[in-house]
Design a protein around this ligand. Structure first.
Ligand SMILES: Cc1cc2nc3c(=O)[nH]c(=O)nc-3n(C[C@H](O)[C@H](O)[C@H](O)COP(=O)(O)OP(=O)(O)OC[C@H]3O[C@@H](n4cnc5c(N)ncnc54)[C@H](O)[C@@H]3O)c2cc1C
Length: 400
């Protein structure tokens, strides 16, 4: 069967679903995207896209569009919460591009999402289509939507995020895992004129906070993560109180106080994930992105891994020709170990970033300082990977 005769239904029009649509359309497949919302848009603020994902966006022909809106920070500066001492300063500019052959880009999420949406023909995106279930037939899948539509496809890809319906149909109900509370928001750049134009994180006991510019430098995005026993609200995102945000970082470094003084509005989020699973593919149904490997944002890789999935799924289908089920199994084989390792590594980073002051924190600071002689020692295995090449996952011993 030629690619153009293979009908692929993607449920979910987020970063992962849209990148998969672009990759599969460029490979010649007949793709339809079904999105539950009435308007294709993204919530949230900033997103880091490292070289492992930017090389894939560039390969899809989106490099120029990305360059227009991305912020290119010269460094990521990790600092101590009270005295502001430098713990590590990782180059993110020309050096990272030279090391990995692709840039590090920071986006406003809505702007990245718009670039992806514009690259998919409008007639292939079906809004207000909330998937309610599916059924595998002999050699295809029937997909049902809450609006009464019922459609057939040769392949179903669940790209429907952490609350995935496709996953619930495959695995049944599963609890979410709560990690911490996050305060997020944006500040117009003119309100913080003396804040260095570099991505910065402040690490302290039980919490940390990151800020970086987005929208080609016009806005400063901040995300503050604060440990909390459990999430007590019904909603996973809601308006937050600026005074609570300031109280959470009271006594931290004066430069951070100038950022917090400029905040007018903040939202609080429950940072959630699920543990890694051993299987993503069931016959002609598979999943990608947060649907199969939701991760907490402590490696900044959730969206990047969804983009990697998209590239790999297209490469596997092209490689396996008519063997669709074999292609989807190959996709799981090449992707699952790496994404699982990043899910686990993100929790390791949470523990590292939130250490109380003491011997553990001193050892952590010494480990971070290793970056002074080899800037990418902790992230080389993440950034060097080319998901389109379908290489086996890195050995489990690689450090993160
Ligand atoms: C605070 C924070 C900071 C982050 N920072 C980074 C970062 O710096 N770098 C990075 O790479 N990642 C980051 N991430 C992670 C990243 O945001 C996610 O991993 C990424 O958005 C996942 O993309 P996705 O397409 O898989 O899912 P989503 O973006 O959740 O998209 C899923 C889509 O499916 C739709 N949908 C859901 N259910 C249905 C249904 N039943 N029928 C039809 N449509 C449906 C939804 O409306 C949505 O449009 C961060 C996350 C958080 C919370």
């Amino acid at each position: 069967m030629a690619p153009r005769d293979t009908r692929i239904a993607i449920v979910g029009g987020g970063i992962g679903g849209l990148t998969a649509a672009i990759s599969l359309l460029q490979a010649g497949y007949d793709v339809q995207v079904y999105e539950q919302t009435r308007l294709l848009s993204e919530v949230g603020a900033g997103i880091n896209i490292g070289p492992n994902a930017s090389r894939l966006l560039i390969r899809l022909g989106l490099g120029d569009e990305c360059a227009k809106v991305a912020f290119r920070s010269p460094h990521h500066h990790q600092r101590r919460w009270d005295d502001g001492r430098t713990l590590a300063r990782t180059p993110l500019g020309a050096e990272i591009e030279a090391a990995f052959g692709a840039p590090h880009m920071i986006f406003h999420r809505g702007e990245l999402h718009s670039i992806l949406a514009r690259a998919v023909p409008a007639e292939r995106i079906h809004l207000a289509h909330r998937c309610s279930g599916f059924e595998q037939t002999g050699n295809g899948v029937r997909i049902k939507f809450e609006n009464g539509v019922d459609t057939g496809a040769d392949i179903l890809i669940g790209a429907d995020g952490i609350h995935s319906t496709v996953r619930r149909f495959l695995l049944g109900p599963e609890p979410l895992r709560f990690a911490c509370r996050a305060y997020r928001g944006l500040i117009p750049a003119e309100k913080v004129p003396d804040i260095p134009r570099e991505s910065t994180s402040w690490l302290g006991p039980g919490r940390h906070i990151v800020h970086y510019f987005v929208s080609a430098g016009r806005m400063l995005n901040f995300v503050g993560h604060v440990e909390q026993e459990a999430w007590i609200s019904e909603s996973w995102t809601e308006p937050g109180r600026v005074e609570d945000l300031r109280a959470a970082y009271a006594g931290w470094h004066p430069q951070l106080q100038r950022v917090l003084d400029a905040v007018e509005e903040t939202f609080i989020w429950a940072v959630l994930d699920r543990p890694p699973i051993s299987r993503w593919t069931y016959g002609r149904v598979t999943m990608l992105g947060d649907a199969c490997h939701p991760m907490i944002p402590f490696m900044g890789q959730g969206g990047a891994q969804a983009i990697e999935d998209a590239a790999a799924i297209a490469a596997c289908l092209l490689k396996c020709g008519d063997d669709i089920e074999g292609a989807l199994k190959l996709y799981e084989t090449v992707r699952l170990p790496r994404a699982s390792k990043i899910q686990t590594g993100s929790w390791d980073n949470k523990a590292k970033y939130h250490m109380v002051d003491g011997p553990g924190q001193v050892a952590r600071d010494a480990q971070l300082a290793k970056g002074a002689s080899n800037a990418y020692v902790h992230v080389d295995w993440v950034y060097r990977h080319d998901a389109g090449a379908l290489k086996p996952a890195e050995p489990a011993s690689a450090s993160h």
